[in-house]
Design a protein around this ligand. Sequence first.
Ligand SMILES: *Cc1c(COP(=O)(O)O)cnc(C)c1O
Length: 455
Amino acid sequence: MRDANSNSWEARAEEYSLYGFTDLPSIHQRGTVVVTHGEGPYIFDTRGRKYLDANSGLWNMVAGFDHPGLIQAAQDQYARFPGYHAFFGRMSDQTVMLSEKLVEVSPFESGKVFYTNSGSEANDTMVKILWFLHGAEGKPQKRKILTRWNAYHGVTAVSASMTGKPYNSVFGLPLPGFIHLTCPHYWRFGAEGETEEQFTARLAAELEATIIKEGADTIAGFFAEPVMGAGGVIPPSKGYFQAIAPILKKYDIPLIADEVICGFGRTGNTWGSQTYDFMPDAIISSKNLTAGFFPMGAVILGPELSTRVQNAVEAIEEFPHGFTASGHPVGCAIALKAIDVVMNEGLAENVQRLAPRLEAGLAQIAQNPNIGELRGVGFMWALEAVKDRATKTPFDSALSVSERIANTCTDLGLICRPLGQSIVLCPPFILTEGQMDEMLEKLDAALKKVFAEVA
Ligand SMILES: *Cc1c(COP(=O)(O)O)cnc(C)c1O
């Protein structure tokens, strides 16, 4: 399996690369898949093997790996003006056009946009905007950040503190002042005998009790993914956002929707906040924003925050924040094209049209007694493996069940991701019915093989 030759691609990868978010025992045993190119939703490795990437790269390559229009947009902009910044009163024409477009396609009537190079930096930037704003409005102590357990908001020191995952303890994170509330996953965290409505009400009560205990004047903002992505594809419990939004409003705590995964069509609407019917005060975008063709993130402030932040900046004459590549003209040109491709070239419609078919296919597979829950929406789904469906008892973690499923899928030519005891499927928006069938058949075969080994 693993190519031990010291000149092999995989040996060279291991010699010189520090791997992030990678299970090293799997690498030591199986070697690294070194990828050279892609075609539609498929990728190819240095050994010529072909894989259907059911994870769209890392959720982001929604238009596939060789979209001609996106490649052309990048080439054209590189030829026209290959790089610039957005400091000192200068910015590229592409940047102007993208901000206009983002506000136009946002749920906001008006707004303002700030650019970063990643989703982590966009969350980091949003926290700094809130700290700056509350300080300028005479509330310098309004600094604590509320998120949920299992949330994923990124990896910088601040966004990792917002992320609600135990692995951040190896960095001594979270920083003080980052508070994690209960994850709104009813199947896993609902109490014995509790209805979904009661569960939602309990989480809303927890939020209000936390605000009262900490003091509303110490809380800068509440961040939430409409559907939790890297936490395991967790849609909110019924009525969740309708229950929490009024509480946040009552205590003057901005609600920030981290739409890095959900934004631009993943849930079947342009925004996840539309799918779950709530109006955030600001939106964080990245990943799909450029269909993965350029590293870029954006903070989109809604009308009220735009006005308040602008007033606060006017008072001190300058907002002292920005990245060298904020609003990069090539990234902006690609994002403009990506938005057009997703919204106007049938990709968003394809998600809407095929989501029921995907759900039905997965529901069929989920009849396997070792699948405890199928959950998701649109083109983002997870199947959670369990040892015992009735008691929801997970497999012994030493069995690495989800890793084994993902590795077996890889052997069959299908890329999907293990997450806890779940397997995540978030295919590109260009997926055809035939490719969906290929994905479902390979997944089913891998599940049957692994469950036969461990059950
Ligand atoms: C991926 C992700 C981020 C972080 O984005 P990076 O570009 O990896 O820094 C933030 N929030 C959510 C919801 C994400 O899925």
